[in-house]
Ligand binder design. Structure first.
Ligand code: GDP
Length: 458
């Protein structure tokens, strides 16, 4: 089927070194013939080899627009699996717009956001999880998010899901055959076999879901709140933590108007430290923003760092804080370890705290231990960036959960001694839900919705 040829500016709409206009479709080469004059007069772009670059000038009819380099990538071995041409011109906003206009005049139509990647999917070059990984890769906020998207882009998740779907459809096919042709296929003992198989699949999918939380944490960062009474050393602790990776500290608008989030990475683990902007005035979370807000802030926290001054007896303030953080994943930082100890580790153990690290923000001791503890708590001491498949996309997580529900029904039907065609219905349901991840069973609406999130020119 002939598709229309699309074009868009693929680089940001701001003045920059290079601006790229991307064209994809059956007429990409015809269009470039019309707007581009190679330096070598006798060169015909239609005849050049794929994956080659060509120097020349781009024109709007007879008007010279820019000098440029044209890259030719012929289908099916291109990003979209169609003929793709990229015009690398000078990155001025006006230049890029003019070149795009000329390309439209020559026959291209404007691309929708994400349409290049959508074509790669629709043309079967990548599955939907790989297409989504492209977007995740672009939006990666840290190294982990980047490496996990890259892995998904290489098809790790899609392959695994396809494998599971194959096993499921194989069983369905067997049931159907046996029901159609009982003389040749016997279902005797089949339910035991199916039970084993479904259990294995359930375990695999459950593992995905368990990893999903770690995946989310790594992708989004551990929401961390530092609490402690005035002068315990909260700001000093924060500064030590920030100092570790000063270069990649960023300020993001926080969850409430009074707060800021500072994102840091410790041994590859991203921590979003929720810092209350006004806190610096009084140095007291509760006093400054009130108990309700502090509670609200704590609800969203994955981790609380409770700073206690070891040289100063515990007070009513500490009691109040302890009450607030009662149910939270907490690490007590017994700070000022360089001074005489008034509050001891055993005192905090008595109060029910288990994770206690003695540190000195001033002398920067105990910090390594804190990092190790964070790894232990969230990743059982080991963050794996390479081996595991992390389900970081909410949509994928939902589909895996739905598939699990259907598979649980299969087990239930087996247990209840239901007839085999009952198994098929739920197996097919699970098959379909998993197909939503790879895109094999998605409808057009969902596809459009997913790609609408993409950037222009991608
Ligand atoms: P905050 O009110 O909890 O934010 O506490 P600050 O970080 O402002 O620290 C209060 C005081 O304690 C400051 O004078 C710090 O220099 C001091 N301080 C912080 N950490 C240490 C430490 O580890 N050892 C010592 N000796 N002093 C510290």
């Amino acid at each position: 089927m002939k598709s229309n040829t699309i074009a868009a500016i693929a680089t940001p709409m701001t003045n920059s070194g290079i601006g790229i206009i991307r064209i994809s479709g059956d007429e990409a080469l015809d269009i470039i013939e019309k707007v581009f004059k190679p330096k070598k007069k006798d060169k015909k772009i239609k005849d050049v080899k794929t994956y080659t670059a060509h120097y020349g000038h781009v024109y709007d009819e007879s008007t010279l627009l820019d000098e440029c380099i044209v890259l030719v990538m012929k289908g099916p071995h291109s990003y979209t699996a169609e003929d793709v041409v990229e015009i690398n011109c000078h990155g001025g906003v006006v230049v890029m717009k003019k070149v795009l206009e000329a390309v439209f005049k020559a026959g291209a139509t404007p691309a929708e956001p994400g349409e290049f990647t959508k074509r790669a999917f629709l043309n079967g070059r990548i599955d939907l999880s790989e297409a989504e990984a492209v977007m995740d890769l672009i939006q990666s906020k840290n190294e982990f998010a980047m490496s996990t998207s890259l892995k998904q882009l290489e098809g790790a998740l899609g392959k695994k899901i396809t494998e599971i779907r194959k096993q499921i459809i194989h069983s369905v096919a067997f049931i159907e055959s046996a029901l159609d042709d009982p003389e040749h296929y016997s279902v005797d003992g089949f339910s035991d076999e199916l039970k084993d198989q479904v259990e294995v699949i359930i375990n695999q999918l459950n593992e995905f879901l368990e990893n999903a939380d770690n995946g989310r944490i790594l992708k989004e960062g551990i929401q961390t709140v530092i609490v402690g009474k005035p002068n315990a050393g909260k700001s000093s602790v924060l500064n030590v933590l920030l100092g570790e990776e000063r270069a990649i500290v960023t300020d993001i608008a926080g969850t409430t108007r009074d707060t800021l989030e500072e994102s840091i990475q410790i041994k590859g683990i991203p921590l979003n430290i929720i810092d209350t902007a006004g806190i610096r005035d009084t140095n007291d979370l509760i006093e400054k923003i009130g108990v309700d807000k502090a509670k609200d802030l704590l609800t969203k926290a994955d981790l609380v760092l409770y700073v206690v001054d070891t040289s100063d007896p515990l007070t009513k303030d500490d009691e109040e804080i302890m009450e607030l953080i009662e149910d939270k994943q907490t690490i007590v930082l017994l700070n000022k370890a360089d001074l005489d100890q008034v509050v001891k580790v055993s005192d905090l153990k008595e109060k029910g705290f288990e994770q206690i690290v003695q540190i000195s923000a001033k002398e920067q001791t105990g910090i390594e231990e804190l990092y190790q503890l964070i790894q232990d708590i969230f990743f059982e001491g080991h963050v794996s960036f390479n081996d595991e498949i992390y389900l970081t996309n909410m949509r994928h997580k939902t589909e895996v959960s739905e598939a699990l529900k259907s598979l649980a029904m299969v087990l239930q039907s087996i247990e209840d001694g239901m007839p085999e065609d009952f198994f098929s219905i739920d197996l097919l349901d699970a098959y379909e839900h998993l197909g939503f991840i790879t895109g094999e069973s998605v409808g057009e609406d969902l596809v459009n919705e997913i790609f609408a999130e993409f950037c222009m020119g991608k």
